[in-house]
Design a protein around this ligand. Structure first.
Ligand SMILES: [Zn+2]
Length: 218
């Protein structure tokens, strides 16, 4: 009479790589694992029942605390072996591994994308500077092309806005809370029209592709 053997799910007995596991596969394995656990629980109950019978028999034959009883407790022949010794923690053994692998792949993909975007921006900056008569290697380098383009775009935009103000009059500015009446800022002076606030040009995330600037009190 042999104890009934426990069963193992296929993810436990086959070789697999986390990067190859699809959601569909995860679902199949998860369902399989639930069935396997149910099966092993039943096998364990059956084995324990048989072991109890065997134990009873030994006691009947040899009395309690016999050497045979001791031997049986120590070497139960696998009857009472706990089926949890099969590592059936599906989450830890499979799901977590797959998720870690996916997160890592996503991170690498994002890094590559941002490197590509940065390279494209650099190419645009070089063309943008060349269109303004700036020579690569002379007026700017690949390392500072984007920053140089941004700086030039800032000064160009300041000029453009000043031109507008000269034609249309002073503009409002951020932090304009002068005490008396004030028509705003001319885009050139250090102070607003009433003289109450110091003002200068500033920006948020300025780019040569979108050089938005505004006046701000400081
Ligand atoms: Zn003012």
């Amino acid at each position: 009479m042999q104890p009934k053997l426990y069963v193992a799910p296929s993810w436990h007995t086959t070789h697999w790589r986390p990067e190859d596991i699809t959601d569909e596969q995860l679902k199949i394995w998860k369902e399989e694992t639930i069935l396997v656990i149910e099966k092993n629980r039943a096998i364990h109950a059956e084995n324990m029942k048989k072991f109890a019978q065997l134990f009873g028999l030994v006691r009947d034959l040899f009395g309690t605390k016999s050497i045979q009883e001791k031997y049986l407790l120590k070497n139960d022949g696998g009857y009472a072996a706990n089926w949890h010794s099969y590592s059936l923690n599906f989450k830890e053994s499979v799901e977590d591994k797959v998720n870690r692998c996916r997160a890592e792949a996503e991170k690498i993909k994002k890094t590559k994308e941002s490197e590509k975007e940065q390279l494209e921006l650099l190419a645009e900056a070089v063309l943008w500077l060349k269109a303004r008569g700036r020579a690569l290697g002379l007026d700017f380098s690949a390392e500072n092309a984007i920053q140089t383009a941004n700086d030039i775009a800032f000064f160009e935009e300041v000029e453009r806005r000043r031109e507008y103000i000269r034609k249309n009059g002073p503009i409002g500015f951020s932090g304009q809370n002068c005490d008396g009446p004030c028509s705003g800022w001319d885009g050139e002076s250090k102070r607003c029209e009433c003289g109450n606030r110091r003002v200068s040009w500033t920006y948020d995330d300025l780019s040569f592709k979108d050089p938005s600037i505004y006046g701000e009190a400081y």
